[in-house]
Design a protein around this ligand. Structure first.
Ligand code: 2PG
Ligand code: MG
Length: 425
């Protein structure tokens, strides 16, 4: 049982210098602080992120959300006891009462939901990942295969009509520490190659810590990644994945990469040609958020061969996951806690995906903080995969360092998920 004795939110900054919510929950055991992430290529069906739209911070202030925590929410929960994550989250869902958390703001609700998870773990004197695993009914844990975003494009790099993320998948390793080492070494080889080819300018970093080279061709970027993997000595052990974030280059009728237009069928063919040539094992958001026919076509074409990850189309929402299941639209869930707004609903989404044989990727947002909550979530849910950006910049590395700590402290008792990665020939 967790007794809430005080609750206080405040406005802090995220990794892009935009305001976000931090929440401190007090219980007789201590003070539990959480920080809420924020996306840039957000799906239109995500739970509502409440912004002030006032003069300060160019409209991006979150003082309304902060005040909702400190007034409405605090009044309703302080002095109360909650026995489980579910009980607290159900209470918050009722208090908000809207479909998309537009009354209180998903950013107001999520901060408390995450802080409560920490308080619950402390109450039971267990690690956060164990406690989250218990809340999800899990009996065993695992360390995720990290998807490392080493080349940033699209909205995260100030570009239009562009693939957003080009990621290394260090799969064939026996521990998380080895996988992250291989990934970081390859990241540095890539940096050296870019410097040699284009000069130091090309090694500046995008929002998620990846490089932003002056290369418009997707094929050239993938070619370069394969060369870096080879030069680093990890040929065949590190595979490649893309997050196309294609809602950003879909105008309702056609897709455009660079100046080239594609129908959904042509885009599927284009992806299939990339898969054949560049050791691609995963494509996220290959189609736009509401283009269900495009999704179904892509999954039919490539879903037996590679992971088709749903992000903007699913928004960690069980209702939308059910639609995707009916339409056979993907075979993997990208799980982002702030897309849905509570820890419990994130757990339900992961359970539904798992029950239907999908893989699960616990993901950060492009706007992050030093809060490493999602590292514990990935281990606790035994998701098998994580997407936390490049192995650089503290808001990304905080998560990798937490995974290293969990693995180190468990002294080999928590397995690395490389062996169970789907589609790694
Ligand atoms: C994505 C995310 C994280 P954003 O599209 O998967 O990489 O980006 O947080 O900007 O939505
Ligand atoms: Mg995405």
């Amino acid at each position: 049982m967790v007794k809430i004795t005080a609750l206080k939110a405040m406005q802090i900054l995220d990794s892009r210098g935009n305001p976000t919510v931090s929440c401190a929950l007090s219980t007789p055991k201590g003070i539990f602080v959480s920080m809420v992430p924020s996306g840039a290529s957000t799906g239109t069906h995500e739970a509502l992120e409440l912004r002030d739209n006032a003069k300060e911070y160019a409209g991006k202030g979150v003082l309304k959300a902060v005040s909702n925590v400190n007034s409405i929410i605090a009044k309703s929960v302080v002095g109360k006891d909650f026995f489980s994550q579910r009980e607290l989250d159900d209470f918050l869902l009722k208090l908000d009462g809207t479909e998309n958390k537009s009354k209180l703001g998903a950013n107001a609700i999520l901060g408390l939901s995450m802080s409560f998870a920490r308080a619950l773990a402390s109450e039971n004197n267990i690690e956060l990942y164990e406690s989250l695993g218990n809340s999800a009914g899990k009996k065993s844990f695992s360390l995720p295969v990290p998807q490392l975003n080493v080349l940033n494009g699209g909205k995260h790099a100030g570009k239009e009509n562009d693939i957003q993320e080009h990621m290394l998948f260090p799969i064939k390793f026996s521990s998380f520490a080895e996988a992250i080492r291989a990934g970081a070494e390859t990241y540095h080889v890539l940096k050296g190659m870019l410097k040699k080819k284009f000069g130091a300018q090309a090694t500046l970093l995008g929002d998620e810590g990846g490089f932003v080279p002056p290369m418009d061709s997707v094929e050239q970027r993938l070619e370069l990644m394969l060369s870096a993997i080879k030069e680093a000595g990890y040929e065949g052990k590190i595979k490649i994945g893309l997050d196309c974030a294609s809602s950003e280059f879909f105008d309702g009728k056609k897709y455009s990469i660079g100046s080239k237009p594609f129908s959904a069928a042509e885009l599927s063919d284009f992806y299939a040609s990339l898969v054949d040539s560049y050791e691609i094992v995963s494509i996220e958001d290959g189609m736009a958020e509401d283009d269900w026919n495009g999704w179904a076509e892509l999954t039919k074409k490539l879903g037996k061969k590679i992971q088709i990850v749903g992000d903007d189309n699913l928004v960690t929402n069980t209702g939308r996951i059910k639609t995707a299941l009916e339409k056979k639209a993907c075979n993997s869930l990208l799980l982002k806690v702030n897309q849905i707004g509570t820890v419990s609903e994130s757990i339900w989404a992961s359970r539904l995906a798992e029950k239907n044989g999908w893989s699960i990727v616990v993901s950060h947002r492009s706007g992050e903080t030093e809060d490493a909550f999602i590292a514990d979530l990935a281990v606790g849910l035994a998701s098998g995969q994580s997407k936390f950006g490049a192995p650089a910049r503290s808001e990304r590395v905080a998560k990798y360092n937490r995974l290293l700590a969990i693995e180190g402290h468990a002294s080999g008792k928590i397995p690395f998920s490389g062996k169970s990665f789907p589609f790694s020939k």
